[in-house]
Ligand binder design. Structure first.
Ligand SMILES: NC(=O)C1=CN([C@@H]2O[C@H](COP(=O)(O)OP(=O)(O)OC[C@H]3O[C@@H](n4cnc5c(N)ncnc54)[C@H](OP(=O)(O)O)[C@@H]3O)[C@@H](O)[C@H]2O)C=CC1
Ligand SMILES: Nc1nc(=O)c2c([nH]1)NC[C@@H]1CN(c3ccc(C(=O)N[C@@H](CCC(=O)O)C(=O)O)cc3)C=[N+]21
Ligand SMILES: [Mg+2]
Length: 299
């Protein structure tokens, strides 16, 4: 079998088109322009690339983009003051603080200082609790993008065995909650899991969010399974002047030989993450203004 390649880049473009349609309607019918504020502390090059690409796409769908770049040694008090200002700014409907933060800043404290209604990452404890209890919330962008691709490829996921490899608060745990919400039987695997190959072999759906280049080989994959590769790993440059190849957490070629469907890296989960961030910003804007929220853009 050769897997169907799930084109996250193309899917993300259709999500952005929907978002752009809702943004246009908000402007025409209500005179409201959704706004997304992104806060970047420090100069991590990968984060800068992501923030730039996100800002560009925000503007392309017709929304306002507010970028706040702070020095790496910014104090916690100064960062919290900025968040307070954004919380109280009616032109800002979504706030994203790029993670990871420099070591001297308490990530939990910073994230939980964001107004939950503007927390378009879905990382605030209030949104985590709402998601975990099946209530309306802001849903984390990466897991939401993965869920959209799975549903689009397969339809109902009810009764499927899903294995999420990785238990981070930003990917693994919320991914497991979303799959449970779609009535999968969910296993969360991590670095202490015994017999990881055996666990993954039982999965109809594999979501790999580990941060280890090409860790999952094809012989762990059940024939026909859906493989969602969240990993973004830059390999060291082999050639002079080369940037280094970008690979996922799955060994693509061997997994694609056995899987029924697979997301590539790049061009899979990454573009969907940004599209879902834009979708969450429109949703937040609609909710803030007491307007009907867009359908098909939330979990
Ligand atoms: N495409 C996108 O939009 C995004 C991509 N990413 C990428 O996804 C990957 C995961 O990110 P993130 O969740 O933040 O990573 P974290 O480092 O926060 O979490 C990694 C998880 O993988 C587990 N793990 C590590 N080594 C192993 C192993 N050998 N076997 C099994 N489990 C293991 C860890 O287990 P333990 O808890 O026991 O330590 C941990 O739970 C990264 O490559 C990141 O770049 C992240 C966010 C968005
Ligand atoms: N508060 C917060 N929210 C996040 O959502 C968040 C974050 N912090 N910190 C970092 C991670 C990582 N992340 C990515 C998003 C898109 C791509 C993406 O678009 N990748 C392209 C390739 C990009 C390239 O070439 O480097 C692709 O996969 O095709 C990658 C990674 C969001 N994150
Ligand atoms: Mg992390």
């Amino acid at each position: 079998m050769t897997a169907k390649v799930i084109d996250g880049k193309a899917f993300a473009a259709t999500v952005r088109e929907k978002v752009a349609g809702h943004v246009a309607r908000l402007k025409e019918e209500h005179g409201i322009t959704p706004g997304l504020a992104v806060v970047l502390v420090g100069e991590d090059p990968a984060s800068q690339v992501y923030v730039r690409s996100k800002g560009k796409q925000t503007v392309e769908v017709g929304m306002n983009s507010f970028e706040h770049k702070l020095e790496a040694d910014t104090s916690e008090a100064d960062l919290l003051a900025l968040i307070d200002q954004l919380n109280n700014d009616p032109s800002v409907h979504g706030i994203l603080v790029q993670l990871p933060l420099p070591g001297h800043l308490n990530e939990d404290l910073v994230i939980n200082s964001i107004d939950p209604a503007k927390d378009v990452d879905g990382f605030h404890i209030s949104n985590v609790g709402l998601l975990g209890t099946g209530q309306k919330s802001m849903v984390p962008c990466t897991p939401l993008g993965c869920l959209m691709m799975l549903r689009d490829h397969h339809g109902s996921l009810s009764g499927m065995n899903a294995v999420v490899v990785g238990r981070s608060n930003i990917v693994g745990k919320p991914m497991a909650q979303l799959l449970l919400g779609d009535s999968c039987t969910v296993t969360i695997a991590h670095s202490r899991t015994k017999d990881l190959p055996g666990v993954v072999r039982g999965a109809d759906i594999v979501v790999a969010a580990v941060g280890r280049p090409e860790m999952v080989p094809g012989d762990w994959i059940k024939p026909g399974a859906m493989v969602i590769d969240v990993g973004i790993n830059r390999l060291p440059p082999e050639e002079e002047g080369g940037k280094g190849r970008l690979v996922g957490d799955c060994h693509y070629d061997s997994c694609a030989e056995v899987a029924g469907a697979i997301t590539p890296v790049p061009g899979g989960v990454g573009p969907m993450t940004i599209a879902c961030l834009l979708a969450n910003t429109v949703t937040a804007c609609c909710r803030a203004n007491g307007l009907a929220e867009p359908e098909g853009l939330t979990a």
